[in-house]
Design a binder for this molecule. Structure first.
Ligand code: MLT
Ligand code: ZN
Length: 471
């Protein structure tokens, strides 16, 4: 194929197989589809293309290979690491028109859907069939299944149900070469060699396009209740974790700091109880017919006697449980106006107490003038440490300062064998720090995998790591 640099000609070529109304170049589309929730990068895609079928998506990838066009796969764009950002004249490939549930099998308890289906639509579909899709997070109303898979999304129920990876039994993908692969076909067991499905899960769009997925469903939670407990320090939080987890089957063990809580209170929510404490823990567990209420209250008393908690509340109704969840789930949105610098760290839970102490000392020393908020999925060893940009500070200077502190923080994290990203992904924001979690030898294997699936480097170039063959 002849190589061309003429954008109009290139886009006209796409309009030959995708309806021109779905090949957009208007400023609004380029702005909205060219960014994600990081808001740190100026979007600048060449165009936004919305294929309507697997066939069209495949033609697009093949065309992009012929003309060496960079493609950025795009779901609900709720990501927080810049993986779905297009700021280098790429073509954004939005899967939002491919939003159908294709098949449901009650025997397999599985649902097959197109990649553009919104997470909440799958959750609702499962509920209508008395089943449950347990991958859940605050952006459930906008995020799409394809994006969740591309980032191996985690969220608030991981302690019991694991990550997105645990729920994907089949994938249809178009590799960066333009080949259509059907991976694992909904099987529970399949010991027939390398499982390419798992390479695509968490690949952040760098290996190809995910166009369909088969997801496993499970039984719903049984009358879950929520407790919010006020905790004096991080050590006490870990003590609560051991005590409650040993006696109850937890579906969530989340935490947030008083500083984080204040932001959701400013948005109109109410304190869970009168006493303010430096930290709060949110615990959720099944409680059919109140079976576990006495156990939970006994644990509460025991922990209070030890001084591990100062106060607490247990939900008395579904609506109260939802209100308590909002104290944790609304934090991210409530601080978005401060352009927070986000850390999304993971450590093994056994190493969390020592790591938390060192991280806390470092951040207190290094950020005396910045507001630092702690929250996250501490039951999974996943901490979200958000640094809020002071009003007067220029964004670039702020990011530079945070980047310097990150080097120190990630050095400590490395000593604890942790990860620079638990669930948000590497994208652009964490790319400079990948070597704190993956050594050079391992990264060379990642590059070789990228080369095998995407030899021309057209798929989401410059994300996770720079490869030698980026378009
Ligand atoms: C959360 O746990 O609230 C999400 O990962 C979003 C965030 O970290 O801000
Ligand atoms: Zn999170």
């Amino acid at each position: 194929m002849p190589y061309s640099n003429d954008p109009t000609m290139l886009l006209d070529g796409i309009r030959a197989f995708i309806d021109p109304v779905h090949v957009r170049t208007d400023p609004d589309s380029r702005l909205n589809y060219g960014r994600d929730w990081t808001r740190l990068y100026a979007p600048n895609p060449l165009a936004v293309v919305l294929p309507g079928s697997v066939d069209q998506a495949q033609q697009l990838v093949r065309y992009a290979n012929d003309y060496r066009l960079a493609l950025v796969p795009s779901g609900g764009r709720t990501g927080l690491s810049g993986a779905a950002v297009a700021c280098q004249s790429e073509i954004v490939v939005s899967l939002e028109r491919m939003n159908q549930i294709i098949e449901f099998d009650p025997v397999d308890r599985s649902v097959t859907c197109q990649a553009g289906v919104v997470t909440e639509a799958v959750q609702n579909f499962a509920r209508e069939h008395d089943l449950y899709y347990p991958v859940d997070f605050a952006s459930r109303g906008s995020s799409q299944i394809g994006g969740n898979i591309a980032t191996n999304a985690g969220g608030i129920k991981v302690i019991r149900y694991g990550l997105t990876r645990n729920w994907v039994t089949g994938l249809k993908v178009i590799t960066g070469r333009g080949d259509l692969l059907e991976l694992n076909r909904g099987l529970i067991k399949n010991a027939s060699g390398y499982d390419l499905r798992h390479l695509f899960i968490g690949s952040e769009g760098t290996l190809g396009l995910i166009v369909e997925a088969t997801l496993q469903l499970t039984r719903p939670l049984r009358e879950p209740v929520v407790m919010v407990l006020g905790v004096p320090n991080l050590d006490s939080m870990m003590s609560l974790y051991h005590v409650f987890r040993n006696k109850l089957e937890l579906s969530a063990f989340e935490f947030f700091s008083e500083l984080a809580l204040r932001h959701v209170l400013n948005k109109g929510l109410h304190r869970p109880f009168d006493v303010a404490t430096p930290y709060y823990v949110l615990i959720e567990f099944d409680n059919p017919e109140q079976w576990h209420t006495d156990t939970a209250l006994a644990l509460f008393e025991q922990c209070a006697e030890q001084g591990w908690l100062a106060d607490g509340v247990i939900s008395q109704s579904e609506s109260q449980a939802k209100e308590l969840w909002r104290l944790r789930e609304d934090i991210s949105e409530s601080i978005s106006e401060y352009l927070p610098y986000k850390n999304d760290l993971a450590v093994r839970i056994s190493r969390a107490p020592a790591f938390l102490a060192e991280a806390d000392a470092l951040l207190t020393r290094e950020y005396p003038d910045f507001e630092v908020l702690w929250y996250g999925h501490i039951g999974d060893g996943n901490l979200h440490i958000n640094i809020l940009k002071p009003d007067k500070l220029d964004p670039a200077a702020f990011i530079a300062k945070c980047g310097t502190v990150s080097e120190h923080l990630f050095s400590i994290l490395q000593q604890y064998g942790g990860s620079i990203s638990a669930e948000h992904g590497v994208g652009l924001t964490k790319k400079p720090y990948l070597q704190y979690t993956r050594d050079e030898t391992e990264i060379s294997y990642l590059r070789a995998i990228k080369q095998a699936f995407d030899p021309n480097g057209i798929m989401n170039p410059g994300k996770i790591f720079d490869s030698h063959n980026d378009a």
